[in-house]
Design a protein around this ligand. Structure first.
Ligand code: ADP
Ligand code: MG
Length: 291
């Protein structure tokens, strides 16, 4: 690589808020054939809002107040949306004890002498909660692209809370531009398979790796590499940092967490998914100049 080509590439990137941390990052960009994208906060805005609330066996307000009591202790974006909704409705939270966060699944605590669980199907299965008559609604909401949070009290299913997280305006265009360059796009998420598939479909992404626990994201990237792929991973969360480090090229969303930004080889200051194909094109342009 000639120093001049590197300087020109780095400069072009900087003008657009695409920050290559070093020459290697720029050179690697030229040979990427697979882009793995985190869903929440990368393809979507990462600001979910509650869209539907279904309660069974206890009043909706009480179910929501119980869920909000648990989520009050959690830092997950889904948790924040549920707490906000309860506050908007003027609901009084209860007091919780024995709070436990289960990464990639949800959280639980004792509330007024009851054991309350809030989380996904994996958590409910592990705790032997059968969703029975609520299962149909749960599945329909997931199939429509909603992220579904389940609520149980003393081992009984009492609620389904659906949330929507708007996709970023340019996410579909970014996927199309990558496909145009012959690059495969993969969605990687901890969310439910049906939810992830619906959103991937909207964005034109054909490969989905869903229901991945936070600690397993890096292993999924390594599997693609073992299959001979040159992988760029795009992410924003603390969860994504190991995967960003494992990938041939780690790309952080500028609006993401500090850990993601520190770990990445490349940072997208505008948090615009379209800057992914832009960065890879700058890499290719630099390589041409190096020959
Ligand atoms: P992502 O890959 O979307 O960032 P996470 O690994 O953080 O996801 O979480 C995966 C899934 O675990 C979420 O989609 C949700 O179903 C569930 N989950 C995690 N934390 C919580 C919580 N505090 N409340 C409800 N559900 C949660
Ligand atoms: Mg994310």
């Amino acid at each position: 690589a000639t120093p001049t080509a590197i300087m020109v590439g780095t400069g072009l990137g900087a003008q657009r808020g695409v920050l290559f941390k070093n020459a290697t990052a720029l050179e690697t960009s030229a040979r990427i054939d697979t882009v793995v994208m985190d869903k929440t906060g990368t393809l979507t805005k990462g600001a979910p809002e509650v869209t539907e609330v279904i309660a069974a066996g206890l009043p909706e307000e009480e179910m929501l107040a119980m869920a909000a009591t648990i989520e009050h202790e959690s830092e997950h974006p889904l948790a924040r949306a549920i707490v906000d909704l309860a506050a908007q409705r003027g609901l009084q939270e209860f007091s919780a004890s024995d709070f436990r966060n289960v990464p990639g699944q949800g959280a639980m605590a004792q509330v007024e002498g009851h054991r309350v669980l809030v989380g996904n199907q994996r958590l409910m299965t592990a705790e032997n909660v059968d969703f029975g008559e609520l299962a149909g609604r749960r599945d329909d909401l997931a199939a429509s692209g909603r992220t579904v949070v389940l609520v149980a009290v003393d081992g009984r299913a009492v609620g389904v809370i659906a949330l929507a997280d708007a996709v970023r305006d340019t996410a579909a265009a970014a996927v199309a531009a990558l496909h145009e360059s012959g690059i495969e796009v993969v969605m990687l998420t901890g969310d439910n398979e049906a939810t992830a598939r619906r959103i991937a479909e909207q964005l034109g992404i054909d490969t989905v790796i869903a229901e991945v626990l936070p600690g397993d994201k890096a292993a999924k990237v390594a599997e693609l590499q073992a299959a001979g792929r040159q992988v760029a991973m795009v992410g924003d969360g603390v969860n994504d940092a190991p995967a960003l480090a494992t990938a041939d090229l780690g790309i952080a969303i500028g609006a993401g967490t500090d850990v993601a930004i520190e770990t990445a080889d490349l940072v997208l200051m505008r948090s615009d998914p379209l800057d992914v194909p832009v960065a890879l094109r700058i890499g290719k342009g630099t390589r041409r100049k190096m020959r």
